[in-house]
Structures are given as structure tokens and as C-alpha cells.
Design a protein around this ligand. Structure first.
Ligand SMILES: [Zn+2]
Length: 250
């Protein structure tokens, strides 16, 4: 007499556990998002290493599991890659000579005894008032935020007409592990860190987010929209995935 396994869903001898919002498989845990609008399944590996899967509402659990099983090697490779990249970002110190990025270029830090403003960029050097070092990070973040606001407003103004997008507001803030987002209210947000990226990469981030005004997911039609406005988006996307983490050091 043979016993049936508790769960009919098995992978590599280890059972996969699947609930409405969670799928655990091969030591990995995915957030499951179901949507009536989805036609295909898609796995996303966030920069944080978090995993999610979006699927049409009607896809049964075992089909979800076999979809993920087929992509396990790819997912494990991505997760390891993200972990390795995370380690590479050194934390910045507010000492003489430290390099800080701005639009893809590294500028060395000078500490100034007498300066009216906390921070300025002069002759390719970041000049920080010595007495403000203890607030160094906050000062840099607000400097980057202001610059990002101006830069992305200009980008969006140039792109929105061409891309047929109505933008209500451009916001710059801390978006965690995301570079940008496009809200259903017509508000486009960018992470202040996006201003550390080289202009052509930051431009890709802007086009990417505005394309989300047309397609909220990363479907084939979404990428076609991106390609219409940025034919060479692929290398920019790859560059961002591989090097974007350098902007994390602050
Ligand atoms: Zn996106």
C-alpha cells in the first residue's frame, strides 16, 4: 500500500507550499499577486532580493508552481547576483577626498571651515562645511533631492508630450529599492538617488516610468513602448541592473 503525498505539488523531492499570497519553493519565498488584467505570469527579483510573481487570477496553483520551477535556476542566479552587488556598495564617509556621485561623475569632497551654505558643488568638488559633517548624509540627500527635482522635471516636460502622457506632478523622494514609480493619479515619482546615475541611465528611468502610464506591468507591449522612445534601452537597463547599486553607498 502506498501513501499519497500530503500535497500533490512537489519539486525536487521538496514540497512547494503555496497559499493565496505566498509561494515557497526550493528555499525561496515569492509574494504572489493575482490580477484580472494579467494574461501571463511573470517573476520579478527586486534589487533588495525580494521575489514576487504576478499571475492571471485564473491560473491554478500547480501551474504557478511549474512556471516557477522552470525558472528556478534563473531566479537563484539573480538572487545571488543581487546579494553580491549589495556587498559591493561601500558606505560613504564625510572625509576629505571621499568621492560622491552626481549625474554619473564622481566628485571629491573638500571640507571647508568657512562657508555660508552647508554644501556646494564648485569646480568639480563637493564643498561641505566642516561644522556640518555630523549632518552630512542629510545635507547630501537634500542637495541631491533638489537637483533631482529640477533634472527630472525637465526630462518629464520633454518626454510627456512625445509619449502621450499627462503628468500631474513630478515627485522626488526615497523610494526604497525602486528608481521610480508611476501612480494612477498621474503622479510620477523618482528616487533622489536616480540623480547619481549617468544622464543616459537616468533618462532611461524617466522613459521607463512614463511608459508605465500606458502599461502598468512589464509586458511585451510595455517594452515596445519604451523602445519607441529609447531604441537602445536594453544596454541602459542592463547597466542599471549591474551598476546602479553604486548609487547606494550614501
Ligand atoms: Zn517598471
Amino acid at each position: 500500500m502506498s501513501k499519497l503525498p500530503m500535497s500533490p505539488i512537489r519539486t525536487g523531492g521538496k514540497p512547494a507550499r503555496v497559499s493565496e499570497h505566498q509561494l515557497e519553493i526550493d528555499g525561496l519565498s515569492f509574494d504572489v499577486h493575482r490580477s484580472d488584467r494579467r494574461k501571463t505570469m511573470q517573476i520579478t527579483v527586486e534589487r533588495s532580493g525580494d521575489l514576487s510573481i504576478v499571475a492571471p487570477s485564473t491560473v491554478p496553483a500547480d501551474q504557478l508552481v511549474s512556471f516557477v520551477e522552470e525558472k528556478l535556476i534563473w531566479v537563484h542566479t539573480k538572487v545571488e547576483e543581487k546579494a553580491r552587488l549589495q556587498q559591493r556598495a561601500p558606505r560613504k564617509e564625510f572625509v576629505e577626498g571621499e568621492g560622491f556621485l552626481y549625474l554619473g561623475r564622481s566628485h571629491r569632497l573638500r571640507l571647508i571651515d568657512n562657508q555660508l551654505v552647508d554644501l556646494s558643488l564648485k569646480n568639480g568638488r563637493f564643498c561641505l562645511r566642516r561644522g556640518s559633517i555630523h549632518r552630512g548624509r542629510d545635507i547630501f540627500v537634500s542637495w541631491y533631492t533638489r537637483r533631482a527635482q529640477q533634472w527630472f522635471e525637465k526630462q518629464v516636460a520633454g518626454l510627456s508630450n512625445r509619449m502621450g502622457v499627462t503628468v500631474q506632478e513630478v515627485k522626488v523622494q526615497d523610494l526604497g529599492f525602486r528608481w521610480g514609480s508611476f501612480g494612477t493619479d498621474g503622479r510620477v515619482s523618482f528616487h533622489w538617488k536616480a540623480i547619481l546615475l549617468p544622464p543616459r541611465i537616468a533618462q532611461y528611468v524617466a522613459v521607463h516610468e512614463l511608459a508605465h502610464a500606458h502599461y502598468p506591468d512589464h509586458s511585451a507591449t510595455f517594452w515596445i513602448k519604451v523602445e519607441q522612445h529609447l531604441p537602445d534601452w536594453r544596454w541602459r537597463k542592463t547597466w542599471l541592473a549591474e551598476n546602479g547599486i553604486q548609487a547606494e553607498g550614501l
